[in-house]
Design a protein around this ligand. Structure first.
Ligand code: HEM
Length: 316
């Protein structure tokens, strides 16, 4: 029987998913199987007070320390930051002892390209099948990616929106979405569906067409340079669902006119002196605490299984 904590609807285990991702992407043994190159920064969360009535989560309603990992989504450690692709921002809220209490794991797409983990693994395979070619060329060239799109109608909107943009100009000018639904639980027993996004206070900016002056791995040095001039901030924005809005499928966006509330500011201050140690840890979107609950999204339920297998392999 299908058990979302062990297998996907089609019976794929996390081990099998990671085997397929490894076969497609050839990561180095010591790296994350996706999002291989990244670095971890020290940050502060400064709450706005606007969600205090929705959640009893203390870390979201008082000033809290955090660490933030920015990454290129590629399995290749030497991935080209000038190419269109996935960029990640992962936040770990810390308790007084420096332990993680709640992780946000978000990426620069607005809707997940698949409603199942299998679909996502197939997409990783299709994207790697055409090697270094750009996404637009991969789509135009037919082959595995075109075959994937033929099978996965739910992916069209997400992939089309993604392909229409150039690569991000900076980690600091990219919007990252969490995509899955969660629930806030409040002191009075209230329960409110929400999704989160991390919106750059500098505004969004993509690269110009001419990238010849940029280094292949320019994104982390760019962020370090910006931080020499002061903090780089993001607004944690929550979108509130209404009764009937689907919570089980990250490939279905909620209407954009659903209320958007600024929960607070994530102020990134400096590269963590312990970045290399934090790199070893897992940022897990199901790590939550009192005041936040998981939804019925089976892609979300599968992620910690896959991330644990990736972590076991890269740390062994
Ligand atoms: C079934 C679906 C998914 C699979 C199988 C998958 C797989 C993975 C794997 C294997 C890693 C490396 C984990 C590690 O070694 O610590 C990873 C990291 C990551 N994934 Fe996913 N992923 C999925 C869905 C998503 C979604 C929906 C998002 C965005 C909302 C996302 C964003 C990220 C980010 C930002 C990281 C880097 C986290 C970090 O900095 O440690 N992934 N993913």
């Amino acid at each position: 029987m299908y058990d979302p904590r062990v297998t996907t609807p089609d019976g794929m285990t996390a081990e099998q998913a990671i085997n397929r991702i490894e076969a497609a992407g050839h990561p180095r043994p010591q790296d994350r199987r996706l999002h291989a190159r990244g670095a971890v920064y020290e940050a502060k969360f400064v709450p706005s007070g606007r969600i205090a009535h929705l959640t009893s989560a203390a870390h979201l309603t008082t000033e809290t320390s955090a660490v933030v990992r920015f990454s290129n989504g590629s399995p290749q450690y030497d991935a080209d930051d000038r190419a269109r692709g996935i960029r990640g921002m992962a936040v770990k809220f810390l308790d007084g002892e420096g332990n993680g209490v709640h992780d946000l794991v978000a990426a620069n797409f607005r809707v997940f390209p698949s409603s199942t983990p299998e679909g996502f693994v197939e997409l990783v395979e299709a994207l790697s099948a055409t090697g270094e070619a750009g996404l637009k060329e991969k789509l135009a060239g037919g082959g595995k990616l075109a075959g994937f799109l033929f099978q996965h109608k739910e992916s069209h909107a997400g992939i089309k929106a993604f392909v229409s943009r150039r690569a991000p100009a900076s980690f600091a000018t990219t919007r990252y979405d969490g995509l899955h639904a969660f629930h806030f639980t409040g002191a009075e027993g209230t329960r409110t569906a929400f999704r989160y996004r991390l919106v750059p206070q500098l505004g969004e900016a993509d690269l110009d067409a001419d990238t010849t002056k940029l280094e292949r791995g320019f994104l982390l040095p760019d962020l370090d340079r910006r931080l020499e001039g002061g903090p780089v901030s993001f607004t944690l924005v929550v979108q509130l669902g209404e009764p009937g809005d689907p919570t089980h499928d990250p490939s279905i966006a909620w209407p954009e006119h659903r209320p958007l509330l600024p929960a607070g500011e994530i102020r990134i201050e400096r590269l963590s002196p312990e970045s290399a140690d934090w790199e070893r840890q897992v940022f897990d979107p199901t790590r939550i605490t009192h005041g936040v609950e998981l939804s019925d999204d089976t892609v979300l339920a599968f992620r910690p299984l896959a991330y644990s297998v990736s972590a076991e392999r890269r740390l062994s």
